[in-house]
Write a protein that binds this ligand. Structure first.
Ligand code: NAP
Ligand code: GDD
Length: 325
């Protein structure tokens, strides 16, 4: 049997790099869609560039996506590409709607026109629960998004469900709670903290300005979560799944542990800066991953403490190498 082919949009992002690694380990041919850029955006993929194929396409361009699907004829498509940073969704709400919302419809249309049997994973988000109406949040919890990003993801979720029901497509929506790693973008709070801690430890900074320290998130490790994406597309029928740890921690908890990992007290360095507060906040997210456990046999393998330790160690190591140059 020839190796199955997977197309990943958003392959240059955090999840794209972990998913590409995982699919390669399973024997897949991995093709990644990237948008044109005048600079090198392959930082997370350097170690994989010989093993994957990169093709050009953009979530804004229907024709580029349809042509790619027709040329590549993947068995599975993982639609990870999006404008994924919540604060940017307030300053660029229309663009966020185009990428993160309508981009999903463009991918569904591309698949429907070429071969509606191609399986699709849509990267949905716990941000859709927003001002959560129940605790913990499961597949049946109603959505109450609190940002233009969350609203766009709700659209992406429902259009995925709609195409599944309208056209009998194998389209799954993975409602993933926050997942982090040493490859996380530095603007997200966990990586901002681990990178900030490393800079302070090595004498490169004196303080770490943050926003709301009380916000609570269900944080897991991205390397664990991409396995759930794959498992969803191996089932007999398409469905939607919450992927989470079932535990929640505050931003303050994360900062405390991260500073403690290098024997520092967070209270000596963390300051609060109103510029990092949001117009509308998501106060508490905690997922109920029991369906993923029951049906997909998926469980997180990395604890919160291990995640924090891993991220701080990686940033300290990275900065030490840079300092030694
Ligand atoms: P990320 O690191 O921000 O990566 C986003 C990816 O989307 C990048 O590869 C980016 O390419 C690409 N992209 C953005 N706009 C595009 C466009 N117009 N055309 C083509 N590609 C475009 O995000 P992530 O953390 O890996 O998350 C992956 C997906 O899961 C996203 O859809 C995110 O919203 C969703 N999600 C993430 C989490 C989480 O906690 N990480 C939780 C739930 C859902 P460039 O490199 O060119 O910018
Ligand atoms: N980014 C950031 N920077 N967030 C801060 C800061 C700061 O300085 N200080 C406090 N926070 C708080 C935010 O207000 C928010 O409540 C929480 O930390 C997490 O913020 P982010 O790490 O930016 O992630 P997010 O929860 O808004 O969104 C991420 O998770 C979603 C899943 O729930 C992103 O990855 C989304 O793409 C994803 O869908």
């Amino acid at each position: 049997m020839p190796a199955p082919t997977a197309l990943i949009t958003g392959i240059t992002g955090q999840d794209g790099s972990y998913l590409a690694e995982y699919l390669l380990s399973l024997g897949y041919r991995v093709v990644g869609m990237t948008r044109r850029s005048s600079t090198d955006v392959h930082e997370r993929l350097e170690h994989l560039l010989e093993k994957i194929e990169l093709v050009s396409g953009d979530l804004l361009d229907q024709n580029s996506m349809t042509t790619l699907i027709a040329d590549i004829r993947p068995r599975e498509v993982y639609n990870l590409a999006a404008q994924s940073f919540v604060p940017t969704s307030w300053t660029q709400p229309v663009l966020t709607g185009e990428f993160t919302g309508l981009g999903v419809t463009r991918m569904l249309e591309a698949i429907r026109h070429v071969d509606s049997k191609i399986r699709l994973y849509q990267a949905s988000s716990s941000e859709m629960f927003g001002k959560a109406v129940e605790v913990p949040q499961s597949e049946t919890t109603p959505f109450y998004p609190r940002s233009p990003y969350g609203v766009a993801k709700v659209y992406g979720h429902w259009i995925t469900v709609n195409y599944r029901e309208s056209y009998d497509m194998f389209a799954c929506s993975g409602i993933l709670f926050n997942h982090e790693s040493p490859r996380r973008g530095k603007e997200f709070v966990t990586r901002k903290i681990s990178h900030g801690v490393a800079r302070i430890k090595l004498g490169l900074a004196k303080t770490l300005p943050l926003g709301n320290l009380d916000a609570k998130r269900d944080w897991g490790f991205a390397g664990d979560y991409v396995k759930a994406m794959w498992a969803m597309l191996q089932q007999d029928s398409p469905d939607d799944y919450v992927v989470a740890t079932g535990h929640t921690h505050s931003v303050r908890d994360f900062a405390r542990l991260a500073f403690a990992a290098v024997d520092l007290d967070w209270q000596d360095y963390v300051t609060q800066d109103p510029q990092f507060m949001r117009p509308a906040e998501v106060d508490l997210l905690i997922g109920d991953p029991s369906k993923a456990k029951r049906v997909l046999h998926w469980e997180p393998e990395t604890s919160f403490e291990q995640l924090v330790q891993m991220m701080v160690e990686a940033d300290v190591q990275r900065l030490r190498v840079l300092q030694a140059r």
